[in-house]
Design a protein around this ligand. Structure first.
Ligand SMILES: [Ca+2]
Length: 497
């Protein structure tokens, strides 16, 4: 039948028609095709835009107002200080304590020696904004609607943001952010560095729980990039990026010193080693890792200045300090050999360094390969502040403090999901990671999807050998988890309870 139907289709026009003028010229055909294609694209874009604008958002500000009002101030003597140091695009293999031979990070190495390292720690997204949304809300970024990078619309971004993706202008006001909760608890809250969760009101840091903000609203490869002190521009672009780490370090240290007598939460979101790479004259040319390495070594110095300040003020035992990165490395930087890089669902995009230090509480030198994700830090910080998790919304994070104190894995840990944009791409449960068929990571074949894949991260951390044929039962179980997660998300996109 197949052969017959193929041979029945003539591969050229019958001879009797060859001298007739075609009824449709090539130009007409192209014009019609382009118009039809454009129309279809526009209709699809508009349809998706309308769905994004009018469906699935379910804003609920009263819910969050009620939640925040329910949080009582704590006894300042009982509340530990919390510092989260969040590097930008820094790779797992860029630290000495995680194996770098090219870059020296003595202060981070010392932090690891004095605290706990998690060696299977993930960002909640492989790019900046959603990873920050996950960190500050304790939820999969897709629930917060910040599933991709937030930036002001340039000519290309209008299409990218408002037709294709409909990314909001900033973190929705009805998300309860970690600084908003800690502020109600009695913390002085400060953000030094990169915000990247909105560039205009009502999405600015001071409107979202931060008493103090010093830094940039966007990535420093975006224009306009100004340095703000709270809501005022302190330095207009062009900024001297070589001095940026020094300036931010000064502000972070000042914030700690000024608030030494009150509980404080400092979110130090370092803009490096995201490109463009810069380092001050003290660090430029010093590293075996090039300018990338110089910027990491200066970041490491900056971490050292924070620890020096804590020691001088006698705050070591009162302060939980966490260090991690928002996603895997981009153009440079080491994934420590893991497959993939920034903006990919492979380990190299999500797997980031993690160190926590809290003198007298977290045992020195502890290391664990229990998988965790940055939204767990939301839960850990609330736990440190003596607060329960919000019960009015799905919180995907679990309290990491018992693990960091040496208690081992939480048996109730849900599987970890890997989203690329709003698409659920992979799941990790135990040692197994399963991928749906998805975009290739080979630049030479950009239009070829790949997978599905099943990898055993214990025996194959580099995701090189697909085991789906030999373990169909595991594939079935993990595929069902992905389907379940998708169904739950479609039924309740914001995760309201
Ligand atoms: Ca980033």
């Amino acid at each position: 039948m197949r052969g017959k139907s193929l041979t029945s289709i003539p591969d050229r026009a019958p001879d009797e028609n060859k001298n007739q003028k075609p009824r449709i010229t090539r130009r007409d055909f192209l014009k019609t095709s382009l118009a039809a294609g454009g129309g279809l694209l526009a209709a699809a874009g508009l349809g998706r835009h309308l769905v994004n604008v009018f469906g699935g958002k379910e804003y609920d500000q009263p819910r969050t107002d009620t939640l925040l009002k329910s949080i009582a101030a704590g006894d300042p003597q009982e509340l530990p200080n919390i510092i989260v140091i969040f590097a930008d695009d820094m790779g797992l293999g860029d630290l000495g304590s995680f194996g770098s031979q090219a870059i020296r990070t003595p202060f981070l190495d010392q932090m690891a020696a004095e605290g706990a390292s998690l060696t299977s720690f993930y960002a909640s997204a492989p790019v900046c904004s959603p990873s920050r949304a996950g960190l500050l809300t304790g939820r999969y970024p897709v629930r917060t609607l910040v599933f991709d990078v937030i930036q002001p619309p340039g000519p290309l971004d209008w299409g990218f943001q408002y037709i294709l993706g409909a990314v909001p202008h900033g973190i929705p006001e009805d998300e309860a952010l970690l600084p908003e909760i800690l502020q109600r608890r009695g913390y002085r809250t400060g953000l030094v560095g990169k915000w990247h969760l909105g560039w205009e009101s009502p999405h600015l840091p001071n409107e979202n729980g931060f008493d103090f903000f010093y830094g940039g609203l966007l990535s420093h490869d975006t224009h306009p990039y100004h340095i703000y002190r709270n809501t005022d521009i302190e330095m207009k672009e062009p900024i001297d990026f070589d001095r940026l780490t020094k300036t931010l370090t000064r502000e972070a240290v000042n914030f700690i010193s000024e608030n030494k007598d009150t509980p404080f939460f400092l979110y130090y979101a370092q803009p490096f080693p995201h490109v463009p790479l810069h380092a001050s004259e003290d660090f430029r040319g010093q590293s075996e890792g090039g300018l990338y390495g110089d910027s990491v070594e200066e970041l490491d110095w900056s971490v050292g200045e924070i620890f020096k300040t804590l020691k001088q003020l006698g705050l070591d035992e009162k302060t939980l300090v966490i260090f991690t990165s928002d996603n895997g490395p981009w153009w440079e930087g080491s994934t420590d050999g893991l497959r993939g890089r920034k903006n990919m669902p492979f380990e190299g995009g999500f797997h980031v360094p993690f160190i926590a230090r809290w003198t007298g509480v977290i045992p020195a030198g502890l290391a664990s390969d229990v998988p965790a994700m940055n939204f767990d830090l939301f839960a850990a910080c609330l736990s440190a502040a003596g607060l329960p998790l919000p019960a009015d919304r799905v919180i995907d994070g679990v309290d990491l403090l018992p693990l960091l104190k040496g208690a081992g894995a939480d048996p109730l840990r849900e599987p970890l999901y890997y989203y690329k944009g709003r698409n659920l791409t992979a799941v990790r449960s135990g040692d197994w990671k399963y991928y749906r068929r998805h975009t290739t990571d080979s630049g030479a074949y950009p239009f070829f999807p790949q997978g599905p894949f099943l990898f055993n991260l214990q025996t194959d951390p580099y995701e090189s050998y697909d085991l789906s044929e030999t373990h169909p039962d595991i594939v079935q179980g993990l595929a069902a988890l992905l389907d379940r997660q998708d169904l739950q998300n479609e039924a309740n996109p914001r995760g309201w309870l």
